[in-house]
Design a protein around this ligand. Structure first.
Ligand code: 13P
Length: 250
């Protein structure tokens, strides 16, 4: 059974002191549940503080929001995978829509990052999703399949260590979430595509992201195709994040 993954993406919020304070408040109200994991994608400068704060916590994981694929060198401003691991990260977002659309990251770069992470045994969370214009042109599935093509050539063992996040760009930070049924339809197409890459596709958790709130988390995770949530704005307040982490679909 795929675990349910509730993942916070703090984006460019919460430095080390803010992260530690947030996590103290979170842990005071957190009740670990079976087959449910809580992941935190924090700014790279806050990874060590977050990992220290969560050291004794159950079913939690700290990740970074971006990495560079080279292990070291003259790459001013970048964070390598080994550095992120040393700081306490065991997962990383790759190809988040803000990386693609604000920073111009390409599918080719995304593919290099996925491979660098897998080589270091760090879980890549590959983010895919269409823009509003692409959705209106009925291109959702072709865009998502193109973004997933970076996985071509990976072996079954590598595929089994991946997580995918479907985040329609038009739903991010807009207050407009995909309906659970719409998201589930894209998730099913993603899973079919993963199946064409190898049998391990069945084990890959597929998260939904985009305007997730305490008020819609339960119905989203109620869809059997949705294996978890990737949450931006609503993960920045401990009370609302705890409500999402504890959401029950039944
Ligand atoms: P919001 O939850 O703020 O819409 O952001 C979603 C997101 O981009 C998570 O990675």
């Amino acid at each position: 059974m795929r675990p349910l993954i509730l993942a916070a993406n703090w984006k460019m919020h919460l430095g080390p002191a803010g992260a530690a304070a947030f996590l103290r408040e979170f842990l005071a109200g957190y009740h670990p549940a079976s087959n449910r994991e809580v992941w935190f994608f924090v700014p790279s400068v806050s990874v060590a503080a977050a990992a220290a704060a969560l050291r004794d916590a159950t079913a939690v994981r700290v990740g970074v929001q971006n990495v560079y694929w080279e292990p070291k060198g003259a790459f001013t401003g970048e964070t390598s995978v080994p550095m992120a691991v040393e700081a306490g990260a065991s997962a990383a977002l790759v190809g988040h829509s803000e990386r693609r659309h604000v920073f111009g990251e390409t599918d080719a770069e995304t593919g290099l990052k996925v491979r660098a992470l897998l080589a270091a045994d760090v879980i890549p969370v590959l983010c895919v999703g269409e823009t509003l214009a692409e959705r209106e042109r009925d291109q959702t599935l072709s865009v998502v399949r193109r973004q997933l093509a970076v996985l071509d050539g990976l072996d079954r063992a590598a595929l089994a260590r991946l997580v995918i996040a479907y985040e329609p760009v038009w739903a991010i930070g807009t207050g407009r979430n995909a309906t659970p049924a719409d998201a589930a339809q894209v998730h099913a197409a993603i899973r079919t595509h993963l199946g064409t890459l190898g049998a391990a596709g069945d084990h890959v958790p597929i998260l939904y992201g985009g305007s997730v709130k305490p008020g819609n988390a339960a119905e989203l995770i109620g869809e059997s195709e949705i294996d978890g949530l990737l949450v931006g704005g609503a993960s920045l307040d401990p009370a609302s994040w705890l409500a999402i982490v504890g959401a029950r679909s039944d």
